[in-house]
Design a protein around this ligand. Structure first.
Ligand SMILES: [Zn+2]
Length: 410
């Protein structure tokens, strides 16, 4: 029996600090988007760490990196991502990969007799700087849109194919990556909460029950430009007023009919965009998220019917295109119970929690039971240089991860 096995927090901390120095950006943060020079430096570092731990290293055609403790039977996988948003922090993603590495290292050191393989995973471009979110985990699952991979542009404006040229990966290797996927028993991801709930409640461990789905659209109201001094109000087709109307009424609709779901218009550009000209066109992003698939479908129906209605009333036209869509995930109760039992056995307070942000775990849920363990984000800060963790909370979270892996793999 290895019931008292624990992770080594000092070693995990050293790993996190070492990785956190790669891609330091002079603005106090970490800029390590996938396939950047800093990312390749981090990849080489991770490979070395995996090999030093005595794990079997492999990389698939999408650049997902793995370290495997071999065993016949299905695979218990744990991981996250090591890419960051530009000027992000050193914990989002890195915590999940390096805690999984530390867990596998402890299993190897203790020579635990496994009945299933244990594999550490670092998925490419979770942050979606290349083409859409979750390039690596979607490739791993065979869920990529081929057209998007072939013709997409990165968030930095370059054709994705141009970026690929310098990487050794190709569209074909990315699209074939899922063929190397092992038969999975479960996937586990330790992650910072990226929100204020655990800190507010002073609870170190969040057991994720549900992960929100999201729906992103690029939208526009199209009206007519005209002179802002000479065109009477009743003769205008002001595209901005369509947007303003939609912003207020759609938010109200979600708040009253779909409590707990969220809707955001994060970017708006008016054309031509100047004094003395009525906006003839308003381009904007619209996103909504929910943990309920029924609410997602209802919000989609209701919000876009509302947009059409507003357009008709105001003499505008409304157009939109889907940019990204993920479905909400409910974590298998078998997994949340296991995590809860291990928190209890370790004497750590825990609570059930919902993830409003998307994670690779959501994509992996298509292949196996997929669960997440959250630790508090001090001040709720993430995707920013101020992102941090309490080492004490991290130790607890990593121990829960280790023990849950142990339960699943022995
Ligand atoms: Zn993340």
């Amino acid at each position: 029996m290895f019931m008292d096995i624990r992770i080594d927090i000092e070693r995990l901390r050293r790993d996190l600090e070492e990785l956190g120095r790669i891609g330091r950006d002079g603005r106090g943060g970490v800029s390590r988007p996938s396939f950047s020079p800093a990312d390749f430096e981090a990849r080489a570092w991770l490979r070395k760490k995996i090999e030093e731990a005595g794990l079997c290293y492999r990389q698939d055609g999408a650049g997902n990196q793995f370290g495997r403790l071999e065993c016949a039977g299905k695979t218990v996988m744990a991981g996250s991502h090591i890419d960051t948003v530009p000027n992000g922090g050193m914990f989002d993603g890195a915590v999940g990969v390096l805690a999984a590495l530390e867990a596998a290292r402890r299993l190897a050191e203790e020579k635990v007799a496994l009945t299933r393989a244990v594999e550490v995973a670092a998925f490419t471009d979770e942050e979606g700087n290349l083409v859409g979110d979750f390039l690596g985990s979607r490739a791993f699952m065979g869920l990529l849109d081929e057209n998007e991979v072939r013709n997409g542009r990165t968030s930095f404006g370059l054709p994705f194919q141009d970026v690929l040229k310098k990487t050794g990966f190709t569209v074909e290797s990315i699209l074939a990556a899922h063929k190397d996927r092992p038969d999975l028993e479960a996937y586990l991801e330790l992650h910072i909460e990226q929100g204020p709930v655990l800190e507010d409640e002073a609870v170190p461990i969040g057991i994720v029950e549900r992960i929100s789905g999201k729906h992103y659209r690029q939208c526009a109201f199209i009206g007519e430009s005209g002179h802002a001094g000479t065109t009477p109000l009743e003769l205008r087709h002001d595209a901005f007023l369509g947007l303003a109307d939609l912003a207020l009424r759609a938010t109200q609709l979600v708040a009253t009919k779909h409590y707990g779901s969220v809707l955001t218009i994060g970017k708006a550009v008016l054309h031509p965009g100047s004094f003395s000209v009525i906006p003839g066109r308003a381009d904007f992003t619209l996103e909504f998220r929910s943990v309920s698939a029924e609410s997602m479908a209802a919000i989609e129906r209701e919000v876009f019917a509302l947009a059409e209605d507003i357009a008709a009333t105001r003499g505008l036209s409304f157009i939109s295109r889907i940019v990204d869509k993920t479905t909400p995930v409910t974590v298998a109760p078998r997994l949340t119970s296991l995590i809860e039992e291990e928190c209890r056995a370790l004497g750590y307070p825990s609570m059930k929690i919902t993830s409003g942000a998307g994670h690779d775990a959501q994509i992996l849920a298509g292949a196996c039971a997929s669960g997440m363990i959250f630790i508090p984000s001090p001040d709720g800060i993430s995707h920013a240089p101020g992102e941090s963790v309490s080492w004490d909370d991290l130790e607890k979270g990593a121990n829960v991860l280790l023990r849950t892996i142990l339960r699943l793999a022995t």
